[in-house]
Design a protein. Structure first.
Length: 762
């Protein structure tokens, strides 16, 4: 609508544009660097950035290895796209032209391009000081050997997920300038975590946090990509700090595809043990995660593997579990958390395994799934990896999805042939979404910065309007609306009279930011707590003005009532700010501005969940797949705003369909990216997306304010599992099976051909 203000919209006097010279090779030593003659003051290398520290992400996990991520390459480059030089000019085009004049002499080295290759003893080393390419190895074992010896059913599978990019509408970008009046570095950056970015910039630049202000504008999507301290942020902020000017860098789409943080490249080796009916008895897994070249700040590249090992059991009830995870460095862009953090991969793996068990025992997969799910009567339930499921009815969501997708009718339909000759298949996937993870949960992951309380400020102004300020930032998830709704619930002030201010470190309470589906649970809880305290103060003031007791005061229809009498919120605001002589001498001088902190009553996070069901049609001649119907049955506790809940579910599912069928960032053996444009990297568009149908359940969490659970990531978790299960259902007459995503036509045809070849040999 043209009303947003993004990084690209900002204009400052004298502002210069930045472009980066990026490495064209995946692994090399930098033998020499040379600036273009006569333009030396416009080009900067790492050697120019005196006093700046590299980005180093520390972890308390045993065996974790540190990497130094320099804002500009130092001695080596470790992936195609790594920044080598920062170039400054009046326009972006001129800055890019300048970058082409920089001379670099590379001593190219062999590249590590796959996690399995990186684990080999003779593999090239991404970081020589490590001695191998293993950033972290973790083990979990609750006892699997006895089950392995006695289980009547054993299912062995391998699953692979593709490397992906996030593709927010707006890529990374920032404007940095020096504010002489405040004697302060101001960074206007597209971020999910403004307060964390201030901390990170302060550490890298050696500048007191009081002299760093991070002021995020509108953000065109985050998805986890923007909850990291980016090397470009450090480099451009350093430029503004030292040159005392204004500078801007905006990531273009090719930079995002080639140099942006990647995600989701997992390799699972799974052995499942079950009884004759398909009841899951135990699970044994090896999980390899290709983390790229560096560990990102503050979450580390090992968060993905830690989440994968901890969440692979999903919503299922079993006690024998062994998982060994490997976080393997490769010569690719660093791994970043992406919507769902590991759970799209683990959901894909466990849901395909459940269907494989069902085929092994000859039963309907939905029935096997229902019998394995944690039952509603078991809630609250602590699973084998100590995930504490606070509430819910997992089988109930599966049953509702079964009804909505009309499974029985589909099974009857499959007995005949489709008029166009295609095969249809139906698939299900059920997942849990841990949201608003507790302090102890984050601490157990060894993170250098552990989220704690979330704070919010509410302030009644003299005209009776309300200001809500929170350090969390909005990235398109509608917090401006939902936080206003929470405040309205406590005070009754009309939504049109509530202004929500988010993110700016100069004016909002500290927050670790918007990620992990924590926004409405944590910031909403803080707003609720602050607004409730403010409501009490307003009632005491109003009681004096209305000559009644505070307990007789009620908020109704946007006004303050006591019996037949009433007054406006503006009357209370005016009395406090402008006419204090009308108030009693012993009035509470804390006033009409309240800041409160919040965390859930039980510090384990709260768990949303859902079941997705997909009906697909598959053309066995071409391998093409169409989604005929798609059902989502979700439960995020109390829905603050149903329209936003559905928008999150639909948007997440759209991304999940990309994961299932289209999106992939492949690399060749030299570490060159093979998808550097949107011609090569396929995204689903309107013609690839179904008309989603959604069903809601509301099981209130006993641990959070208003029973709310997060919903930001869930839509993206289940689609790959549901869709590929549906594809495999359609392929069953061929004896074929897919275990890799995206499930491209080529992979589907390869699976059919492999099955036919095997049958012919037998």
């Amino acid at each position: 609508m043209g009303r947003g203000r993004f990084v690209g919209d900002i204009q400052l006097p004298g502002m210069l544009e930045v472009a980066f010279l990026r490495s064209p090779v995946a692994h090399a030593r930098l033998r020499s660097l040379a600036k273009p003659q006569g333009r030396e003051d416009q080009v900067f290398f790492w050697s120019d950035m005196a006093g700046v520290q590299p980005i180093v992400t520390r972890s308390s996990l045993p065996g974790y290895k540190l990497s130094s991520y320099y804002p500009l390459a130092h001695e080596k480059v470790r992936y195609v796209g790594e920044g080598i030089a920062l170039c400054v000019a009046p326009s972006r085009a001129e800055a890019e032209d300048l970058a082409e004049l920089v001379s670099v002499d590379f001593d190219e080295l062999p590249a590590v391009t796959e996690s399995e290759l990186g684990k080999a003893k003779d593999a090239p080393l991404v970081h020589e000081e490590w001695g191998d390419n293993l950033c972290l190895v973790t083990d979990f074992d609750s006892g699997i050997e006895e089950v392995a010896k006695t289980a009547p059913v054993k299912v062995v599978r391998e699953y692979k997920t593709a490397r992906q990019c996030m593709h927010p509408m707006e890529g990374k970008g920032l404007v940095a300038y020096w504010d002489f009046q405040a004697d302060q570095l101001v960074v206007i950056t597209s971020t999910q975590v403004p307060h964390l970015i201030r901390t990170g910039l302060s550490e890298c630049l050696g500048l007191d946090q009081s002299r760093v202000r991070v002021s995020p504008p509108d953000v065109g999507g985050g998805f986890g990509y923007k909850c990291l301290l980016q090397p470009e942020e450090v480099a451009v902020a350093w430029l503004a700090m030292t040159r005392k000017g204004a500078y801007r860098w905006v990531e273009d789409r090719r930079e995002h595809l080639v140099a942006g943080a990647n995600a989701r490249q997992h390799h699972y080796k799974v052995t499942a043990y079950a009884d004759e009916r398909g009841r899951l008895l135990g699970l044994d897994a090896e999980i390899n995660v290709d983390i790229g070249a560096y560990s990102v700040w503050p979450f580390s590249a090992c968060l993905e593997a830690a989440q994968a090992g901890g969440n692979l059991p999903g919503p299922y009830d079993f006690r024998a579990y062994r998982a060994r995870t490997y976080s393997v460095a490769t010569n690719k862009p660093p791994f970043a958390p992406y919507r769902g953090v590991a759970r799209p991969g683990v959901c894909f793996a466990i849901e395909l395994t459940i269907d494989a068990i069902a085929r092994a025992v000859g039963r309907e997969p939905v029935d096997v799934r229902a019998e394995n799910l944690v039952q509603a009567a078991q809630m609250p339930y602590t699973n084998v990896t100590n995930k504490h499921y606070d509430s819910g009815d997992y089988p109930g969501s599966l049953a509702k999805a079964r009804e909505m997708i009309a499974l029985d009718a589909i099974r009857e339909r499959q007995k005949g042939r489709e008029p166009d000759g295609r095969r249809i298949g139906v698939g299900f996937a059920t997942y849990t979404e841990q949201s608003a993870h507790g302090t102890k949960v984050f601490a157990a992951w060894g993170l250098p910065l552990v989220p704690g309380f979330e704070q919010a400020t509410v302030k009644l102004l003299a005209d009776g309007t309300l200001e809500v300020r929170a350090g969390i930032h909005t990235i398109g998830q509608g917090l401006e609306t939902t936080l206003a709704q929470v405040a309205n619930q406590a005070l009754g002030i009309p939504l049109k009279d509530i202004a929500v201010k988010l993110g700016d470190t100069a004016s909002t309470p500290y927050s670790t930011g918007a990620y992990a589906s924590r926004g409405i649970v944590m910031a909403g809880g803080a707003v609720s707590k602050s607004a409730t305290e403010l409501a009490g103060r307003v009632k005491r003031l109003a009681a004096h003005l209305l000559q009644c007791k505070p307990e007789d005061v009620a908020f109704r229809d946007g006004r303050i009532h006591a019996g037949e009498a009433s007054l406006s919120f503006a009357d209370v605001g005016k009395a406090w700010y402008l006419r204090p002589e009308t108030l009693p001498d012993d009035i509470d001088t804390n006033g009409l501005e309240v800041t409160q902190g919040y965390k859930p009553d039980v510090d384990s996070g709260v768990f949303s969940y859902a079941t997705h069901a997909a009906l697909v049609a598959l053309d066995a001649e071409t391998g093409m797949v169409d989604i005929l119907d798609y059902v989502i049955v979700e439960d995020c506790g109390q829905m603050v705003n149903p329209m936003i809940v559905e928008g999150q579910a639909y948007g997440g599912a759209a991304q999940g369909i990309g994961t299932a069928l289209f999106e992939e960032s492949p690399y060749d053996s030299a570490g060159q990216p093979l998808a550097s444009t949107l011609i090569d990297y396929l995204l689903p568009g309107p013609t690839e997306l179904p008309g989603f149908r959604i069903g809601h359940m509301e099981t209130l969490s006993p641990y959070s304010a208003h029973g709310i659970k997060g919903v930001g990531e869930g839509g993206a978790i289940a689609p790959a599992g549901a869709i590929v299960n549906a594809i495999n259902d359609a392929l069953k007459e061929y004896g074929a099976e897919i275990g890799q995503i995206p499930a491209t036509p080529e992979r589907i045809l390869d699976a059919i051909f492999a099955a036919q070849t095997k049958q012919a040999a037998e």
